[in-house]
Design a protein around this ligand. Structure first.
Ligand SMILES: *Cc1c(COP(=O)(O)O)cnc(C)c1O
Length: 428
């Protein structure tokens, strides 16, 4: 496969844009390639600037649950361009989107729109602190909640819960109130709460982690977390930026049947435009400005264009709930096939799947924690990624990211993917 135009553009991009990209994972660094530059997408397929066509499992990292360039999502877009794409005033469509989300999530009584997942989690934490009058928050290793300072933390060496920054430029001060726990470790959770429970404003978690590959929380862990947060008066924040409207219309909280106090959204709810949102109990949400004392704002928050695309996307999913089953069935087919090939060619790998989200981990062991994830052989992933790419399958260009399917993916796409997978696994 020829990537000469992409390579040229990547060189050019590097002159003007740090690393040639506006978000690090697009640099394809962890698979040892230069960026692929996209030129168009339709349905389940992406075409790059060299004219290569791929079955796409990135789907813009989650938002494109109806596939690329969906006419369903774009419906009415011309009218917005005619009438105005932003006013700095309230519009009716904001109510419609808010109502769709509130109706779908019993834990969400009110919702505020923002422009990214990062903003949603950052604002949710401020709100939780304002509501509880406490400072500390707990996050879990391997969960990603955007790039705000206080959340760029990993567990430090030796100590149980205090972490160190994962980025330079993040001051010790910015993270001194962030504790880091181990995902799926209920026993550790009890210990953390015994020591810090009364100082905690919030716990933030991806109920199905999607940023260390796909690692679902085990049910007992989430139940313990809900119980402890209630007991200690701590705000439980589910970061459903990926899982919201993806693993089911009601998100991971519907699947697990656990009600958080605040939920963060993003990705799917913008239909591919930059959107985030956070919502929860009325009593908490009413602390937000202009009603309450917690300040939060956004010039383009809830803008008509993003709201229309989000509305179209969510309305379609609501009216076609069988789509979730369809996506899951395709994911199950992929999982089955991949496991078969892993066995056939004795590859040290395992597959994690939750509903329609899945990925292959290159470790022989079952992956349930961040520690398990860390055992993966990323060099093998790099080889696998390139072999798949050569067969026209675009996987996430990093071992620790999930594959995303859309309603546009077909049985034939899955068959082609498994053919490629068989070949790739045989050559690893
Ligand atoms: C993508 C993501 C975010 C950040 O969203 P952005 O729109 O990229 O800022 C936050 N949390 C989770 C779980 C995500 O997957």
């Amino acid at each position: 496969m020829n990537f000469s135009k992409s390579e040229e553009l990547f060189k050019e991009a590097n002159k003007y844009i740090p690393g040639g990209v506006n978000s690090p994972v697009r640099a394809f660094q962890s698979v040892g390639m230069s960026s692929i530059f996209a030129s168009k997408g339709k349905g389940s397929k992406i075409t790059d600037v060299d004219g290569n066509e791929f079955i796409d499992y990135i789907c813009s990292w989650g938002p494109l649950i109806l596939g690329h360039s969906s006419e369903i999502v774009y419906k009415g877009i011309e009218k917005v361009f005619e009438e105005g794409i932003t006013y700095g005033l309230a519009t009716e469509m904001e109510i419609k989107v808010a109502k769709l989300i509130v109706d779908a999530y019993p834990s969400v009584e009110m919702i505020r729109m923002v422009n990214s997942g990062t903003e949603a989690t950052m604002s949710a934490l401020r709100l939780a602190r304002g509501y509880t009058n406490r400072s500390k928050v707990l996050k879990f290793e391997g969960c990603y909640h955007g790039h705000s300072d206080g959340l760029l933390v990993k567990s430090g060496s030796g100590t149980l819960t205090y972490g160190s920054p994962t980025s330079s430029g993040v001051s010790e001060d910015a993270i001194k109130n962030t504790l880091v726990g181990q995902y799926n470790d209920a026993k550790m959770l009890e210990e953390i709460f015994k020591i810090h429970g009364k100082e905690l404003a919030a716990v933030i978690i991806e109920p199905v982690a999607g940023n260390m590959g796909v690692v679902p929380a085990n049910e007992e862990f989430l139940i313990t977390l809900r119980k402890l947060t209630e007991e200690y008066g701590v705000v439980l924040i589910f970061d459903e930026v990926i899982t919201g409207f993806r693993v089911s219309f009601g998100g991971a909280q519907e699947v697990y049947n656990i009600k958080p106090d605040i939920t963060c959204f993003g990705k799917i709810i913008g239909g591919g435009l930059p959107v985030g949102a956070f919502g929860g109990k009325r009593e908490i949400m009413e602390m937000l400005a202009p009603l309450g004392s917690v300040y939060q704002a956004g010039t383009l928050s809830g803008n008509p264009l993003a709201m229309l695309l989000g509305f179209n996307c969510l309305t379609y999913l609501k009216e076609n709930p069988e789509m979730y089953n369809k996506i899951e069935q395709l994911a199950i087919e992929l999982e089955k096939g991949m496991i078969e090939h892993i066995k056939e060619f004795k590859v040290e790998a395992s597959v994690n799947r939750f509903k329609g989200m899945l990925n292959v981990f290159f470790t022989g062991e079952k992956v349930q924690t961040f520690e398990d994830v860390s055992k993966c052989d990323t060099k093998v992933y790099e080889k696998y990624f390139k072999l798949m790419l050569d067969c026209g399958i675009l996987l996430p260009p990093a071992q620790f990211e999930g594959m995303f399917l859309s309603t546009a993916h077909t049985k034939e796409d899955v068959e082609k993917t498994l053919e490629a997978n068989k070949k790739a696994m045989s050559l690893l």
